[in-house]
Design a protein. Structure first.
Length: 509
């Protein structure tokens, strides 16, 4: 038996095949199947002859099978699978396989047996190509199970696990990692979030494997040092792995992480770029590179990386958060900047008011605590938001961020923003006709002369965000407000959701 056949026969489902992150298209194998009943199977047609079809009904079966051949080839092309150079006389195993399925459908057992023998003989004659073909079919069948939204969750998760096995070194099946990435982008259905999370974990698990036990063990030792905060020692260990296997992308990625925590951002960026050269779809590295840019003050570079990461992994939490905050800053900046400039110049502050969302607020001074309690100036605020939208254009809105601009008696102006994270107690949603009331206490070290603010909402259509709207606040004069005791403030806050105290006494000028 030749070396090629010996290798092939030892691994029917998996085979150690050198592969790169982006696989190249597999050349179409030439069809050379000669059957009594099936003359040729192609991607677009199935021509049959002889006794194989005795009725027009069976022609429909042939058409379905021909579509299946075409679908398989299309699916194969979409996954960009490559097989290494195949002889020009290598028959198209897809055609023989579909001919076998057709024979079994019409219960032509003699023909089915002959086609099985034909497949076996082809596998013996072309073991390397046949194994790749079997792996390819397995990848296609498995990703179909993942993407089929009517499958139960357990079935879909099992399919993800199988794709992870096929994509893991050392025996990487061609197209398996491509299939995981395809599923990560395209998965749908009621359990899509759980499936996407499993796919993300599967890809990370694949990336952590080099195919060599000693190398993987060294990487894990470096990761342990990383977790313990021994960043310098960790970089030395990761450097050893890189020197041993320079194509192992995850070693570069872990060293980049260590450099980031050491605040050596240039070194981290350099390693991140090497990771993305080896693994262009490494979403974790994309977000990490964005964090490096942000640490250097490059908000635009950060945002570009986070958006690129979301193209690969639509549910990547850190990337979604940064992109969302960037959108919020864009929406907030004109109002905050306008209020700051107006206070500084002594001009009238004009806040943007939404057409359907209104906000009213009032403020009371609270009896100041004595020096033993830290002193300071306390202000008690009550706010009420109302959604006045109605037919024919009702509007549901969810709060995203609140901002305030403080104007102190000494002339200093201080703006600040509070993002309301999704699912946090500070976030609220207003349907048409709804109102929401809350109160809070502000503590500062100097008296307030004036204050304004507002809230940014996202407009929802069937729980899908379709735009932004605002609810601005009129300028308030806290130092002229009525003074109340703590008991009186509690009475005033009845029916309001109390969000707590904000202590800015140690705020730097």
């Amino acid at each position: 038996m030749s070396m090629e056949r010996a290798v092939a026969s030892s691994a029917l489902d998996r085979m150690c095949i050198p592969s790169q992150e982006a696989s190249i298209r597999r050349p179409r194998l030439q069809s050379a199947v000669r059957c009594d009943s099936v003359a040729r199977c192609s991607g677009h047609s199935l021509i049959v002859s002889g006794h194989f079809f005795a009725s027009a009904a069976l022609a429909g079966v042939a058409w379905v099978c021909a579509r299946r051949v075409a679908g398989r080839r299309l699916h194969r092309d979409m996954l960009l699978v490559q097989v290494q150079s195949a002889p020009s006389d290598m028959p198209d195993l897809d055609s023989v396989s579909v001919a076998l399925e057709l024979a079994e459908r019409v219960e032509d057992f003699e023909e089915a047996a002959r086609l099985r023998d034909r497949i076996r003989s082809l596998e013996e004659a072309y073991p390397f190509q046949a194994l790749l073909w079997r792996q390819q079919r397995q990848v296609m069948q498995t990703i179909d199970q993942v993407l089929r939204s009517n499958n139960v969750l357990e079935t879909r998760l099992s399919a993800v696990k199988r794709l992870q096995e096929l994509a893991s070194p050392p025996a990487v099946a061609p197209g398996a990692e491509d299939a995981l990435h395809k599923a990560l982008r395209e998965v749908s259905g009621s359990d899509a979030e759980a499936v996407r999370r499993a796919i993300s974990e599967a890809l990370i698990a694949c990336w952590l494997q080099s195919g060599d036990e000693e190398t993987d063990s060294t990487l894990k030792a470096g990761m342990t040092l990383l977790d313990l905060g021994s960043f310098g020692e960790a970089t030395k260990v990761f450097s050893e792995v890189i020197e041993r296997v320079p194509t192992f992308a995850e070693a570069w990625n872990k060293r980049a992480t260590a450099f980031y925590f050491m605040k050596d951002y240039e070194a981290s960026i350099s390693d991140c770029k090497e990771v993305l050269r080896l693994k262009p779809r490494h979403f974790g590295c994309m977000s990490g590179l964005g964090m490096c840019y942000l640490a250097q003050g490059d908000a635009v570079g950060c945002l570009q990386c986070m958006r690129a990461a979301l193209e690969v992994h639509p549910d990547l939490v850190v990337a979604k958060r940064h992109v969302s905050q960037a959108r919020l800053q864009t929406a907030l900046e004109p109002q905050v900047t306008g209020a700051v400039e107006a206070f500084r110049k002594g001009d009238e502050v004009a806040m943007e008011q939404g057409e359907t969302l209104l906000c009213h607020w009032d403020v009371h001074q609270m009896v100041s605590p004595g020096p033993e309690a830290g002193g300071g100036f306390l202000y008690f605020f009550r706010l009420k938001y109302t959604n006045h939208s109605s037919q024919p254009v009702p509007c549901t809105a969810r709060s995203l961020a609140r901002f305030y601009v403080l104007h102190f008696a000494d002339g200093e102006v201080f703006p600040f923003t509070r993002i309301t994270e999704e699912g946090s107690p500070a976030q609220f949603t207003l349907s048409p006709g709804d109102e929401y009331k809350f109160c809070w206490v502000l503590i500062v070290g100097r008296p307030l002369k004036g204050m304004t603010g507002g809230t940014v909402f996202e407009v929802l259509d069937d729980d899908v965000a379709v735009g932004f709207t605002h609810a601005g606040l009129e300028v308030s004069c806290p130092r002229d407000a009525e003074e109340v005791t703590g008991d009186k403030a509690r009475m005033l806050g009845a029916g309001h959701h109390f969000t707590g105290h904000l202590d800015l006494r140690h705020m730097k000028k």
